[in-house]
Design a protein around this ligand. Structure first.
Ligand code: CU
Length: 481
């Protein structure tokens, strides 16, 4: 126990963190019962919810917006009254939001002033391989790299985060994550809530100790749920409709979001942007990496009342509250959700089929293998549509037992996919839309189809439980022309 305590202390200091195997941070080992210290007290609704800062371009040209971000260590108040050391993009936790426009290039010069290597991946983007932030394409401490993002894709809620091999889980956990929103003039014409009524919610867990330190540990020991970098905040809204861009950026756990009074969600978008048509939902199951965009109508609530967004997948030892909305005023609301939101080209019939089996035990593998950057696992021809059967090979555990470590979230770089089938049945509204990350409970199987492109080169597919990908649950795909 003492040994584990010192190991995690060192991990917290940023030293040998990557040498602490995931299996020791989680799962069913004897380490399960041990703790590093007492976490800070959890007091909900102590902070107003901030909005992530928006990054201003350093320069604009006729075709491009050029940005500069310095990755650096700083401190942030995650839990009320405590100062926590964090790794940041540009000094904010989460990082600053980049607003991009479809068809207009974004160039980001990333300067690494941290003491760990980093690699910046733009999750959900169609980019050339050299700008994908591959695990071995790292920026050494003191180094820099300039990433080019063409934004030749539909409007969507993306995010950029660390992907340095073996380090990504802890780097993201410590703060290396920020939003990247691609907008499209055509989408702006829709009557959806917009401007100050279009709000990102970056949801993630954390473990902050009473002394303010942030400990990277298993998700069953992470009692602090953060929204936009603050623990369980509150926010004031008018009695009208809002568009909420919800991100689960937890490195190792799923959340199941629901309003305490069952206020419904109108789901309008997923990882790949708007759905063709909206879908009603009462709860949202999201694993790390997934995005869901919803419209919520707070005009159901009288001014002066509040409604709490809860995580019904919180552990028995945790608080369920995530965020409180205080309805403070009435408002004129001309926004609405149209019955048709967009139109997407149907994917062609797949001509290649492949299967992937994800395991947690004895090691975090895909088809029995750990990631090897020098081994090509899949060669796909550019422009070919493929059908992938992806299975979570772990058996379900009895209800009520924490099982985050047995879930997988399958993520593809470069391209979006559609979920065709789940557990042998046609995919339902839960799997609607274009996705780049799909949730697999223990024992589940999904069939997904995608067209490989628009670029040839070396890319990745992996589990987006980042503790798993950093442990090797990742494969290399070479898209060839
Ligand atoms: Cu996994």
């Amino acid at each position: 126990m003492v040994q584990r305590r010192s190991l995690l202390k060192v991990a917290a200091a940023g030293g040998i963190a990557t040498l602490v195997p995931w299996s020791r941070l989680t799962g069913s080992t004897a380490a399960q019962a041990t703790e590093v210290a007492e976490p800070a007290h959890s007091a909900p609704f102590a902070h107003p919810m901030p909005l992530p800062a928006v990054l201003r371009p350093a320069r604009r040209t006729r075709t491009s917006d050029l940005y500069e971000i310095r990755m650096r260590q700083t401190r942030a108040e995650l839990v009320k009254g405590l100062s926590t050391p964090v790794r940041t993009y540009g000094g904010t936790f989460p990082g600053p939001t980049v607003n991009a426009w479809r068809g207009r290039e974004v160039v980001i010069r990333q300067i690494n002033e941290l003491d760990v290597p980093t690699a910046v991946h733009l999750h959900g983007a169609h980019v050339l391989s050299e700008h994908d932030g591959l695990p071995m394409d790292t920026i050494a401490p003191g180094g820099e790299r300039t990433y080019h993002y063409p934004n030749e894709q539909h409007a969507a809620s993306l995010w950029y985060h660390d992907h340095a091999h073996h380090l990504e889980a802890e780097n993201v956990y410590r703060g290396l994550a920020g939003l990247y929103l691609i907008r499209d003039p055509r989408e702006e014409l829709l009557p959806l809530p917009s401007g100050t009524h279009d709000i990102p919610l970056v949801i993630r867990d954390a473990r902050v100790e009473a002394d303010g330190s942030l400990v990277y540990t298993r998700p069953t020991d992470c009692p602090h749920m953060l929204v936009n970098g603050k623990e369980r905040p509150y926010t004031e809204v008018a009695a009208r409709k809002y568009r909420l861009r919800i991100y689960n950026t937890c490195v190792n756990r799923y959340v199941r979001l629901r309003f305490a009074d069952n206020t419904p969600f109108t789901v309008i978008g997923t990882d790949g942007g708007l759905l063709e048509s909206p879908v009603q939902a009462e709860d949202l199951l999201m694993l790390g990496g997934e995005r869901v965009e919803v419209v919520v109508d707070f005009s159901r609530h009288r001014p002066g009342t509040s409604v709490v967004l809860e995580n019904t997948a919180a552990l028995a030892t945790e608080r369920p509250e995530v965020l409180r909305f205080d309805v403070t005023r009435t408002a004129v609301d001309l926004s609405y959700v149209p019955r048709r939101l967009t139109w997407r080209q149907p994917l062609p019939r797949p001509t290649v089929e492949r299967s992937f089996e994800l395991r947690t035990f004895p090691e975090m593998t895909i088809n029995g293998r750990l990631y090897d950057p020098n081994r090509t696992d899949v060669t796909a021809r550019l422009g070919t549509t493929e059908l992938w059967t992806v299975t979570n090979a772990e058996a379900p555990v009895p209800a009520g037992r924490p099982d985050f470590h047995l879930w997988h979230s399958f993520h593809t770089h470069l391209t979006y996919f559609r979920v065709v089938e789940r557990n042998g049945k046609p995919a339902d509204s839960r799997d609607a839309g274009l996705k780049d990350t799909v949730t697999l409970a223990p024992g589940e199987t999904v069939k997904i189809k995608m067209t490989w492109g628009p670029y040839a080169g070396q890319y990745l597919y992996h589990c987006h439980q980042l503790g798993h990908s950093s442990g090797g649950q990742m494969g290399r795909i070479d898209v060839v022309d």
